[in-house]
Write a protein that binds this ligand. Structure first.
Ligand code: AQP
Length: 334
């Protein structure tokens, strides 16, 4: 199936990091030449964990600024924050009455995020994947670029679309494809190569934030966990060496080459030589994004205007699809 409309989003739950950039944002930028794209700052998803209102507002602007700084074109495509378009919540309720509890019970992200204290988790956290299905299907998007960790949610979106269509005997919703692109589909923590790099990791040294300056990036890479061996000759030699594998993958994704090609440059070298090259590359890629984010931070009125206009344009696409869905369900509308 060829992808004609792309939807994706990130939560304003803190600083975006290198995992968000390499696993998602970098691919989003590239996809703009291939399809119409709708990119969202998913603030409704953010409140599935408690948020401070002031910080949520600031993080929403910051994530939008990161999209723009990385190269999202808000004129040709659509960029907005989710809560501006009420249809997301309205469609999510309909999907709550289509999705099965058994399907949600299988979602690994809920298990990870709710942890041991599951009884105390918010209902919204449990229903998060249903809202995500609404985000995507509200626009009849058929391509969803995400990191590896979100693949299961896109598969659930397909199940919900299919269940709705068969429940009402219609061909209303398309079945979207997860698009897992690039070398770095799962960037790992700099402190532990077996753990995902995440905004919520207690240690800031576990991740490189898009807001980090050159000195901070250098320090974090220098402190990144490694093992005592030189870099291997081929990709097979990275097996059972999670930290080496992660750093090589990061290098490859930043340089737009394969991990095998990256190894070709560093086979037999020590980590200290490799890390020097990685710092240089990371600073050269992330430095301009960081500078543009700082410029946009000084002009919040501009970011707000982009989000407002994006919300209006998203509403124009969403409303007729929501209306048609409500009609299929049997709601009386004027
Ligand atoms: N480590 C990662 N490697 C590759 N891709 C990643 N993504 C996130 N972490 C990595 C991708 O980034 C997009 C946005 O993610 P999100 O903000 O919606 O939430 P998340 O996946 O829950 O990200 P975090 O950093 O782990 O946030 P917290 O700590 O708040 O839960 C998605 O496409 C995701 O795949």
């Amino acid at each position: 199936m060829s992808v004609s409309l792309i939807f994706s989003g990130m939560q304003p739950t803190g600083n975006l990091h290198l995992g968000n950039y390499l696993g998602a944002l970098k691919n989003w930028v590239k996809l703009q030449s291939q399809a119409k794209c709708i990119y969202c700052v998913v603030d409704l998803h953010a409140i599935t964990m408690p948020q401070d209102p002031k910080e949520l507002r600031s993080a929403t602007r910051e994530v939008a600024a990161a999209y723009l700084a990385a190269g999202i074109d808000a004129d040709k495509h659509i960029l907005f924050n989710q809560s501006r378009v009420r249809a997301h919540s309205e469609l999510a309720w309909i999907f709550n009455c289509v999705a099965r509890i058994g399907w949600l019970n299988r979602m690994t992200q809920f298990k990870d995020k709710a942890g041991k204290n599951r009884e105390n988790a918010l209902v919204g956290l449990y229903a998060y994947p249903v809202l995500m299905a609404a985000d995507i299907l509200l626009y009849h998007a058929n391509g969803v670029p995400v990191g590896e960790d979100q693949k299961q949610h896109v598969e659930l979106t397909r199940d919900i679309a299919q269940a709705f269509n068969s429940m009402f005997g219609v061909e209303h919703f398309p079945l979207p494809e997860p698009m897992i692109l690039g070398e770095a589909t799962r960037v790992m923590s700099l402190r532990d190569g077996t753990k995902k790099m995440s905004k919520s990791d207690a240690s800031d040294y576990a991740r490189i934030n898009l807001t980090d300056d050159a000195d901070t990036i250098a320090l974090k890479i220098q402190k990144a966990k490694t093992d005592p061996h030189p870099l291997p000759d081929d990709v097979k030699g990275l097996e059972d060496r999670p930290e080496a594998d992660n750093l090589l993958t990061i290098y490859a994704a930043l340089a737009d080459i394969t991990t095998a090609e990256a190894l070709g440059r560093f086979a037999g070298k020590t980590f200290s030589e490799f890390k020097k090259a990685l710092v240089e590359l990371a600073v050269s890629v992330l430095g301009p994004i960081n500078a543009e984010m700082r410029r946009l931070k000084a002009d919040p009125g501009h970011v707000d205007a982009v989000l407002r206009r994006g919300g209006e344009r998203a509403t124009e696409i969403a409303e007729p699809i929501l209306k048609k869905t409500q009609d299929i369900v049997g709601f009386l509308k004027d």
